[in-house]
Ligand binder design. Sequence first.
Ligand code: FAD
Length: 430
Amino acid sequence: VLVVGSGFGGFHAARELERRLPADGADIVLASPDDHLTYGPLLPNVAAGVLEPRHATVALHSGLRRTRHVAGAVEELDLVDRTAVLRGADGSTRYLAWDRLVLAPGAVTRMPPVPGLADHAFSLKTLADAVTLRDHVVGQLDRADATEDPALRRAHATFVLVGAGYTGLEAAAQLWLFAHRAQAQLSRLQARDIRFVLVDVADQILPQLGSFLGRRARAVLRRRGIEVLLRTTVERVDAGVVQLSSGRVESHTLVWAAGVTAEPVVGRLGLPLTRGRLHVDENLRVTGAGGVFAIGDAAAVPDLTQPGRLTPPTAQHAERQGRAVGRNVAASLGFGTQRRYRHRDLGLVVDLGPWAAVARPLGIPLWSVPAALVTRGYHLLALPSVSGRARVLLDWLLDLVSRPQLTRVGWPRPPAPTHPTATPAEESAA
Ligand SMILES: Cc1cc2nc3c(=O)[nH]c(=O)nc-3n(C[C@H](O)[C@H](O)[C@H](O)COP(=O)(O)OP(=O)(O)OC[C@H]3O[C@@H](n4cnc5c(N)ncnc54)[C@H](O)[C@@H]3O)c2cc1C
């Protein structure tokens, strides 16, 4: 069985396959450029320096016993010959054969063709993105502190974030806290020089949580002085300037958190897609391809709890689809029985800082400290590693009692995505 991708979906699929398939009769291979699962919901914590980068990951070797990890990205798949072409980080090529294929390559940042956007925008999708963004923010605060020119100081200390869904909101709220705590350690930069602007084309923030919790989240942003510009688009980005539909903002930082699309390998298969995601049935089988299953952000999975809708691209669904696909793949090989994927959403949690959050666990609206406790408690429980939970908890506690460390790791910025643009069809679907 070849599993493509080591995120929430792929990791839990491999784990379930290990449980269900006999050790002497099945070879489970996990192909991924990463040697770990990245816990995406904790990336804003990494970008804001609250968590050490490695602590937002789970090493494959600690969580999987007998799955063989083959490092590299699957570039091509032959669904007739049942083979895959894998490209290693060193450019080497490997061929892998499979009887059953589980596609879980997740999603990539989707950017519209706005001039300058792909060259200047930062994403927050991978661990490298989060570390690079943190380095950049520290660098900008440093420059703002060093310059004698007040206008330049303000430009370096201005941060524009696009996308008022959970990623953009968490990033804005947590980076704001980081910048202000950092400012206290800097001699010239004043709190009044720091400006955060959150932009979205929609007319409300956090549409996933409804208007009541959206208003609660907005109140937190208002108290911190984060400007929210709704019904606003990015028209152009140049070095040092972000041109919005509502005006010009002098800034050297634009974080793009306004949408994802399935990893491009799934689009090259020539199989039916829904909103760029692979069409699958309720047993997670890919339509039109025998022996192929797909899950997570790369798959358009029917939501049996809300007929006619698809399950949203969240960690919660990817993890459960991973377990379900493990069961169904094993059943297709003669071990156990198939089951339709059916999961009622447990709700969403949005971390806005140590004591601020909004959440809707099991439909109950929560905000402020209760929401913060539920949010962080949920992440601790959801991390599939006991030592990983301890590391995250210790980082959170340390962050409460210590000042942020203004050190840049010095990583080079990752190359701009090679697939940055959304088609008009995807844009309208989004
Ligand atoms: C900043 C941020 C915050 C988020 N917050 C939340 C939240 O609060 N709640 C929530 O439910 N969800 C949240 N999410 C979304 C959640 O992380 C995703 O829905 C989830 O990770 C999807 O799981 P997946 O297995 O489909 O993909 P991923 O977890 O993205 O894993 C994909 C894996 O496939 C690998 N891969 C990619 N291409 C290839 C290839 N060609 N060949 C082989 N391997 C490949 C990748 O390296 C990666 O290991 C957040 C995401 C981000 C980025």
